[in-house]
Design a protein around this ligand. Structure first.
Ligand code: ASP
Length: 459
């Protein structure tokens, strides 16, 4: 009984798979061409002359039926009324795109064991985290089993693409940083010619940093690289993982079926939105729509249909569209990791709070000022300008951003802002703090790359 139930359960996704696969196959079937010889012989008289009579077809059908049930004599090879050989119709089936899914960890791949069912009280029936298990990942997660889990749990994935899954590592994204970004970037670089598109499964906590890093390190990659993850594990009821994976693969393969939208950039697909990775921020710890790009429109919104904002997509070649672009693929695999974010807090004295950061090895500061780039002036008990000047003289690279999520930077409007710009603090179009950090890391490691040069639609 148990075995029968198990085998029925196992058969279900397989047969759903097959049906879905067949549907996709049909949808993709393109009647491209008939033989040229046929199209030449299209005059009605020529067709009439070659058209066999209905009686001939009927006779041929009777002979075939008799031959196949073994009752009749073998069909004669010659015939008084010959059915002419028809030019075969050629069908060309568009091959499915190939997609590499790179798993790096995060909630999506966590095992269901990290949760337990609540039996009593207000939460009765709910599944809640076992305390202290956040960040525990299934020890058994292997490439094979992950692929099986993905395809079994979300069989429709296979109707979009031929999938290959690679578990690069399996970490809580709090533990993902420059070393891992370089690892993922190297993997993507090595696989660039083998696949049409890439999906990176990643924890949500630092997804914006990793997405930004990939976009800048692999500027000009020109194939879809889509990061996704989930707020609840795939193994859980009500998980958002399934929808996020399907949305991600929909966007990754959008160039291969109507309306043919070719994404050529790194994006985050989450909670029904496709966002440019280097403009993205995690804005909610709990709701499914956890990401936003406050300073840039969503590249697509996914609901019943997919609404693409084509003019926001990164364009190559003509410099039009959503952000400037380099045409040549320029992988940059080095990062100076000693970069920090320094938010200005009212009343805080940076000499006490931070001291000589340069002496401690810090090489870059993303300064998060107020509003358009304002900060406390001298004589107010705080000494931001003189502290910054000291650090700058030591060799520190300084980038100005704002604590506001959107708007423009205009530090020159205030005396303090003007002085820091004059001393050489880089200001410019507003970047997210995540993007400012990663861009600074990249520019410090590649001194030929100016901070103000846009390379992946980040400015
Ligand atoms: N702690 C997890 C991570 O970022 C959270 C998540 O994936 O949603 O890896």
């Amino acid at each position: 009984m148990v075995a029968a139930a198990a085998s029925a359960a196992a058969a279900l996704p397989r047969s759903r798979d097959a049906a879905a696969s067949a549907r996709h196959h049909l949808a993709n079937m393109d009647i491209r061409a008939r033989l040229k010889s046929k199209s030449k012989a299209t005059s009605s008289s020529a067709r009439a002359a070659r058209a066999p009579s209905l009686a001939c077809f009927a006779a041929a059908r009777r002979r075939r039926a008799a031959a196949s049930d073994g009752a009749g004599p073998p069909a004669p090879t010659g015939d008084a009324c010959t059915v002419p050989a028809r030019a075969p119709t050629l069908y060309q089936t568009r091959p499915l795109p190939s997609v590499l899914v790179i798993h790096t960890g995060g909630t999506l791949g966590m095992s269901g064991d990290a949760f337990h069912d609540v039996e009593d009280g207000a939460l009765a029936g709910a599944k809640v985290f076992n305390e202290g298990t956040g960040g525990d990942y299934a020890k058994t997660l292997q490439p094979g089993s992950l692929l099986m889990n993905l395809v079994t749990a979300v069989p429709e994935l296979r109707t979009f693409a031929n999938l290959e899954v690679k578990v690069l590592f399996n970490k809580d994204s709090c533990n993902v940083g420059p070393r891992e970004w370089i690892g993922i970037a190297r993997e993507l670089d090595a696989q660039r010619d083998r696949f049409d598109a890439f999906i990176v499964v990643h924890g949500t906590d630092t997804m914006a940093y990793t997405g930004t890093a990939l976009s800048l390190m692999l500027a000009g990659f020109r194939k879809p690289i889509i990061l996704t993850g989930s707020q609840l594990p795939l193994a859980m009821p009500r998980s958002d993982a399934r929808q996020n994976l399907l949305d991600a693969i929909t966007c990754a393969t959008a160039g291969f079926s109507p309306p043919h939208v070719q994404l050529e950039e790194v994006a985050v697909c989450f909670g029904g939105k496709l966002l440019r990775a280097n403009r993205t921020r995690k804005t909610s710890a709990t709701i499914y729509s956890a990401f936003d790009s406050p300073e840039y429109p969503a590249l697509a919104r996914l609901g019943v249909g997919v609404e693409w904002k084509r003019d926001a997509l990164l364009q190559f070649g003509n410099g039009n569209g959503g952000g400037s672009s380099t045409t040549a693929y320029t992988p940059r695999m080095k990062l100076e990791t000693n970069v920090i974010r320094v938010p200005i807090v009212p009343g805080c004295d940076p000499r006490k709070a931070y001291g000589d950061l340069y002496a401690r090895g810090v090489r870059g500061i993303v300064l998060e000022a107020f509003g358009v780039g304002n900060m406390p002036g001298p004589g107010k008990g705080t000494h931001w300008v003189s502290w910054l000047r000291g650090q700058h003289r030591r060799g520190m690279r300084l980038v100005l951003t704002s604590q506001c999520e959107s708007g423009d930077l205009h530090p020159e409007l205030y005396a303090t802002g003007s002085s820091v710009v004059e001393m050489g603090v880089t200001s410019g179009p507003m970047m997210t703090p995540e993007c400012a950090v990663v861009k600074l890391m990249l520019c410090l490691a590649h001194p030929d790359l100016p901070l103000g040069q846009p390379i992946a639609g980040e400015l």
